[in-house]
Ligand binder design. Structure first.
Ligand code: TYD
Length: 208
């Protein structure tokens, strides 16, 4: 089963990822992330830091996803493992729709076309949502911010995420990131256990 955690910068999804590693330790999940699960991710980080052009950056994010799928996600799922990824394809749809605006004709369509029919769609996606102003206060001081971490960018990115959640209500679970971290982590851990239980019932049903 593939679970993904999404949300704008400062939404607390990385702390959530960490908390889940304790709360779900008995299930021995594979914890992974985008960008960065393979060496391609190092190149993505370099591209972000050097503010290379948006098309290079976008295609590097896709390259990172390809390597992540090949090296981590597919092998783990083939072994029947639970995979939990901090960011995944929805980050590309939500962020690159903004960074590629005015550069390619249909940024989201282009990004989706690069994934469709080849990527693995997550079974469940937990979307951490909070006011952008609050997210910004949780980030580093201005000078150290990545170029994505601007108010107007994050507002658009979060709107994109929310529109995807509306379009795919069976996959997305909206998480109130203003709640205390422990509450959020427990809610998500419980929901993952329910999802795993449901997945097992479905598989058993198929065999009968
Ligand atoms: P991430 O490593 O999650 O951020 P952090 O520095 O908080 O650990 O991601 C780095 C940035 O890359 C983040 O601002 C979101 C952005 N991003 C995209 O624009 N597209 C993508 O496909 C992904 C995975 C991340």
């Amino acid at each position: 089963m593939l679970i993904t955690l999404e949300g704008i910068d400062g939404s607390g999804k990385s702390s959530l990822h960490e908390a889940l590693s304790e709360l779900l330790a008995d299930l021995d999940p594979v914890f992974t992330r985008e960008p960065g699960a393979t060496w391609v991710g190092d190149q993505v980080r370099r591209a972000i830091k050097e503010q290379i052009d948006p098309v290079t950056e976008a295609t590097l994010f896709v390259a990172d996803h390809a390597a992540h799928l090949a090296k981590v996600v597919r092998p783990a799922l083939a072994e029947g493992r639970l995979v939990i990824s901090d960011r995944y394809s929805d980050s590309r749809y939500a962020y690159q729709s903004v960074t590629l605006q005015g550069i390619v004709p249909d940024p989201e369509g282009w990004m989706r076309a690069m994934h469709n029919g080849w990527t693995i769609v997550p079974d469940k996606t937990f979307l951490c949502v909070l006011p952008v102003d609050e997210a910004l206060t949780r980030l580093k001081p201005d000078s150290e911010r990545e170029h994505f971490e601007k108010h107007e960018t994050l507002v658009k990115v979060q709107d994109n995420y929310l529109s995807y959640a509306k379009a795919e209500p069976a996959r997305f679970v909206i998480v109130d990131a203003m709640l205390p971290q422990d509450t959020v982590a427990k809610f998500v851990a419980d929901a993952i256990r329910v999802e795993l239980g449901a997945g097992m019932k479905k598989r058993k049903g198929r065999r009968v």
